[in-house]
Design a protein. Sequence first.
Length: 213
Amino acid sequence: MEVSEAIQRRVTVRRWMQKPVEKEKIMRVLEAGRRAPSWGNVQPWRYVVVQDRARIEELAKTAGGQPQISTAPVVIVCCGLAEAFSQKLHRESLKQLIEAGVMDWPDELLDNMVMGSDLFAPYRLGEQAMKIKAGEQIMISVAYMTLEAVNQGLGSCWAGAIATKDAQSLLKLPESWFVHDFLLLGYPDEDPKPRPRKPITGIVYWECVEPQA
């Protein structure tokens, strides 16, 4: 399937066939997320795939009992590591790019111009900035996965209204992780209409934004 077609066909699904999703298809969705772009190649995402019915129902309780969660055949709990943007780990990720020949940066540039800059090194702005940046990367990865789900004949639903600390406790996740959202997968039991979108002329500006009269 062409990427453009997957983009046009992707819709949020909330009703699921009670049919298992093949592991190969789940892995292809996860691989799409793994291949997503990441600032400095830090790849701060971690995924917990949940298929056990009882555990999924418990996860739904951390999200106010949303039925699309409790009935989903697969819940991918999308987690992040803020520490991926720590000075040490961020630098290590950038060094991997240099060693792979992606960039030709001397250590002086890396340490002074990049790791020494508030613009390029979130650790300099504190834990909250690191967590926000990690969450940003996770959402790019989730977007990739929703498109691959279409390619695999699956429906998906992004669920962000969750009590993240409760979900973390339920799954006994490491303290250094944080839960960002759930990605639900399954075979659709509905054919949702495309959601309305604002016209391109109302959201795109060329070169500058002209003052409105």
